[in-house]
Design a protein around this ligand. Sequence first.
Ligand code: HEC
Ligand code: HEC
Length: 309
Amino acid sequence: MKNLARVLAMALLPGLALAAENPDWAYPATPKPAPLDSVVQKQVPGSAKKYTQAQIDDGFNPPDWFPDEHPPMPEIVATGRKPARACALCHLPTGDGHPESSSLAGLPVLYLVRQMAEFKNGGRKGVRANAMIDIAKAMSDADVRAASEYFAGLKPGVWTKVVETATVPKTYVGSGAMRFAAPEGGTEPLGNRIIVLPQDAARAHSRDPHSGFIDYVPVGSIARGKALVAGGGSGQTVPCAICHGAALKGLGEVPGITGRPPIYVVRQLNDMQNGNRTGSLAELMKAVVAKLSIEDMVAIAAYLGSLEP
Ligand code: HEC
Ligand code: HEC
């Protein structure tokens, strides 16, 4: 009996290990920060403003390159309230965010408020949720409300370009947990990953909200994703429009899922599958993700990312 249990355990182990594994590429880790330059005045096209890299990466006063292009930011968004860092640092004043965080522009107020509660109460504890957990725990209800109303009121930008390819530039994970092309050049097979590069590395380092990203996805993934999203595949999942709205741009408190950063979408589907993202309404996603492989998640994220936000 004991032996049988051991044999069974051995047979099951590889499968369990596989299910619990996170695809590293979707969870970029910030390398040790290098000292920031506080001398060179940087600029971005179309803005008269100048900031040093130390000012650009200041968690309590990040840059606002185009103040005329958005409504006045509440204090919590623009400068944060110690110890909660400013939302604009990682999500940008436009709410389009960087791929290693998330886009927030145009999401429903009640959805945003609920997510802050989930970060605070342990409903969201994925590998990349740590920054948000600390911030959510440090925020007052009034600041959660103000930030949610600000981001919900913004129109999401066309921020990513999804490109199908078999090979990608060699990359490394640099500052802000963003990927950049390797200085030595070269290419490598993409495999079953999504590799994200800024359209302009210098402008991404400057947190320029006018310069977006390119998501390299496997050949054929957009069409595969479309079949899963629209028809549920052959029973792998549930058609998304039932809850996310006919155009997938959100319905009531359910968030829009088009034009969002694809690696963020993969992370969320995977976190919901492995139990790192739960919550009252996330329950509804359980049946959607239960049978998805990482390949399915990549395809779904590629297709959704290729649609207008
Ligand atoms: C240091 C960077 C950083 C700062 C500052 C930051 N965030 Fe985030 N935020 C993240 C990351 C990273 C994620 C993605 C977490 C994940 O993948 O699980 C995220 C995700 C979110 C989400 C979930 C979005 C969704 O679609 O479900 C919300 C809501 C959010 N942040 C709100 C805020 C607010 C409000 C502030 C300011 C008070 C803020 N964030 C400040 C990094 C940051
Ligand atoms: C039965 C209803 C239902 C169906 C069907 C459904 N969803 Fe969802 N989905 C939700 C709800 C509700 C949430 C918000 C959860 C929360 O508030 O915590 C959500 C959240 C999400 C999120 C997280 C968004 C974010 O900003 O973090 C993604 C990604 C997502 N769904 C993708 C999909 C995809 C892809 C499909 C189809 C394959 C799908 N959903 C089908 C109800 C559904």
